[in-house]
Design a protein. Structure first.
Length: 153
C-alpha cells in the first residue's frame, strides 16, 4: 500500500505559487503527512569575476536569502495554520537539482509544485523546473498550473 507521510512543496515565493497550497494542505490532511516547504535561490556566484564583482553577488545573495526567509515566515503565518506538521528550508543552487536532492535526502513521498506553463522561447531559455523534477524525481510529482486554478467556494 502506498503511504504518503512526507510532502514536498517547492515554491518560488511568488504570489501565484500560493494557489498550489490548497492542494498541499488537502493532501497533508488526508494522509496526515508532514509538509516540507522548500525555496531554492539560484546560485549566482558563477557570474562573478568577469561580469560582476564577487562582493556584489555575495551581498545580493545574502539579501535574497534573508528576503526568502521573511517570505517563508509569511507563508507559514498566513497559509499554514491548518497544517500542524511542516518543515521549511531555504537553499542555494539549481532549483530542479535541489528539489530532487531534497526528495531523496528527506525521503519525500510526494512532490506538489506549481508550473508557470511557459512555452516557446521562454521555456527554451529558462528551462522548466517542473519538467526537470517530473523527469528526475524518484517519487510522484503533482504539478499544478497556478494561473489556471479556479477558486471554488
Amino acid at each position: 500500500m502506498v503511504e504518503i507521510k512526507r510532502i514536498l512543496y517547492p515554491t518560488d515565493l511568488l504570489g501565484y505559487s500560493y494557489h498550489v497550497l490548497p492542494y498541499v494542505l488537502l493532501m497533508s490532511e488526508k494522509h496526515d503527512a508532514e509538509v516540507y516547504l522548500l525555496y531554492v535561490a539560484r546560485d549566482l556566484h558563477h557570474y562573478t569575476g568577469f561580469q560582476v564583482p564577487h562582493t556584489s553577488i555575495s551581498a545580493f545573495m545574502k539579501e535574497a536569502l534573508e528576503g526568502a526567509e521573511k517570505l517563508m515566515d509569511r507563508i507559514c503565518d498566513q497559509h499554514l495554520q491548518g497544517c500542524p506538521n511542516f518543515r521549511r528550508k531555504v537553499v542555494v543552487g539549481d532549483p530542479g537539482h535541489e528539489i530532487v536532492k531534497t526528495v531523496e535526502s528527506e525521503e519525500i513521498d510526494l512532490v506538489i509544485m506549481g508550473s508557470h506553463g511557459r512555452k516557446g522561447p521562454k521555456h527554451t531559455l529558462f528551462g522548466s523546473v517542473a519538467e526537470y523534477v517530473v523527469k528526475h524525481s524518484p517519487m510522484p510529482v503533482l504539478v499544478v498550473n497556478p494561473h489556471r486554478v479556479k477558486e471554488r467556494q
